[in-house]
Design a protein around this ligand. Structure first.
Ligand code: FES
Length: 116
């Protein structure tokens, strides 16, 4: 798997508008966010101390970490409120034939989820 290669991670109907979904690409957990029908992808690990962002809350494009309530913009991963100080890594997303694909995070092998 090459960095940036698009990997199928979920069906589009698995994540409704306003919802979050945790998916995995070769051991790396990624949080999908559906903002009014557009899917975004960021690391599931909060850059503060690793809270699971997919267990947080999504309000518009603002994702709130469930642990210490840091906020991020899922469109670009930008940190909006501490205690996190760093942006959360984000990944490019495509939707093809009802399947959500995420750009591979790096030099990682893909472990595909069953998308049927
Ligand atoms: S772990 Fe996310 S704000 Fe602390």
């Amino acid at each position: 798997m090459r960095m940036g290669e698009f990997v199928p991670v979920a069906r589009g109907d698995e994540i409704a508008p306003g919802e979050l979904l945790r998916v995995e690409v070769d051991g790396r957990l990624i949080c999908l966010a559906n903002v009014d029908g557009t899917i975004y992808a960021v690391d599931d690990d909060c850059p503060h101390i690793g809270g699971a962002l997919s267990d947080g809350e999504l309000d518009g494009c603002v994702l709130t970490c469930p642990v210490h309530l840091a906020r991020f913009d899922v469109r670009d991963g930008r940190v909006l409120r501490g205690p996190a100080r760093e942006d959360v890594p984000r990944y490019d997303v495509r939707v093809e034939d009802g399947v959500i694909l995420v750009a591979a995070p790096g030099e990682l092998r893909c472990s595909r989820r069953d998308t049927k």
